[in-house]
Each structure stands twice: as structure tokens, then as C-alpha cells.
Ligand binder design. Sequence first.
Ligand code: ADP
Length: 239
Amino acid sequence: MSAQLQITNLQKRFGGLVAVNGVSFTLSPGEVVGLLGPNGSGKTTVMNMISGALPCDGGTVQVGGTDITRMKPHKVAKHGVARTFQLVRPLPTLNVAENVLLALAFGKKRHWGREARELVDQKLEFVGLAGRGEEKVGNLTYIDQKRLEMARALASEPDLLLLDEWLAGLNPSELRIGIDLVQHLQGQGMTVLLVEHIMEAVRALCSRCIVMSAGEKIAEGASAEVLRDPAVIKAYLGD
Ligand code: ADP
């Protein structure tokens, strides 16, 4: 079976700064993998290149065996890639259901009328917002905004989900809910690339981790081993 995600020798410069320097890794279908590293190490830039939000200066991105390297974000979404953002950003003038409905349009298949409505309800139920479709997004609590963000990402029916610090800012009981949701997705076979600073979440969710520092991949392997690798600890703590 082809890899769900394969990135090869990705490169990105911003002026004189090499933000991502020859990063390669592969995710097998159904894997939940952590992408770790200190601030500024290039994680978000990698996510942006995978999702098409930023053009690559070099290297390739393949999803399910298809080269998506030069595709725009809406095309990447049609190939089964969805992402959430650290800063939750629903459209404030639309209600909860409308926000998810809009996200459906970016999916692999077109859905109309009752079918679309049912899909929205299904996603809202999955994330724990059943029956709350009519609510204004401005009235949602932080965890419920996170749930909505997840429902929007899932609306496009992705095979690969990019989570960019989706769990950030949650209190301990909310964090448990967030971790449970990702585990639930994992149980359904979703492939997930998780940029995350909360080590409790990384330990609970990721069998494998990739660690970046200063634009380069410095470690990759089983989470328990990677997290006690001296080079990784040094990258996080500095010299
Ligand atoms: P991380 O997600 O690991 O915190 P980023 O990918 O956001 O790291 O950033 C990697 C490096 O690229 C940082 O030095 C950052 O300042 C720089 N960078 C990111 N985006 C831009 C941009 N749009 N313009 C210029 N520099 C950027």
C-alpha cells in the first residue's frame, strides 16, 4: 500500500533564512505521528507546504501516491488532506451548522440538500456538538470552538488530518476530551500529523515522533525513545 503521506527533501527559504532544509518523512495509513521541535524549528512551515498554503522551494509532497507538491489548498483538500489551526477561526456571522456546511464544499465529493445536512449533523455529533447547529459561533466556549474546528476539518472527509496545536490552551479535563476525540479518529483509521507541545498528548496519541530543530529533522522514531534522546532534549532546552 502506498504511504498516506510522503514528503521528500522539502525546502523553504524566507529571504536569507532557511526555514525548512531537506526534510523527509513518511506516514503510513492510520498512523498518528507527532511533529515536534522548539518554536521556530519549521513545523508550521512544513504543515503549510503539505496543505498547499505555502509553495515549496524544493522537494515533493505525495498523498496516497499522488504528487500534490504544486497544488493550491483547495486542490489539496480534494485529495483528502484537512487541517486545523492553532487559532480557532470559524466564520462569526454563520451559525455552527453553517460553518460545517461551508467546509463540506472543500471535500472530495459534492453533497447537496438533505445529504449535506445529515453529514453536518453526523460531524457535529462526532465532535460532541449534537443538536447545537443553530448556535452562534460567538457564544461557544473555547472547547466547543475546538470541537467546531475539528468538525469543519472532518467535513471534507479527509484521509489525512494535520493538527497544528489543536489541543493548545485546553484545561486538563478539556485536554482529556480532545485526546479522546483524536483517539476516536485513530480508531476509525484516520492518519494524523500532530504538531503539539503538550507532551501528555504526544505520549497518549503518537506511537512515533519526528523532531525538527532549526529547519532540519534531528530525530525520528518511537515516541518513548525520541523523547529521551539527548539531542532532542538539547534542542528543546538550548545550549
Ligand atoms: P515552528 O512552527 O516550528 O514554530 P515556523 O515554521 O513557524 O516554526 O517557522 C520557522 C522559521 O521560519 C522561523 O524562523 C520563522 O520566523 C520563519 N518564518 C515562518 N514563516 C515566515 C514568513 N512568512 N516570513 C518570514 N519568515 C517566516
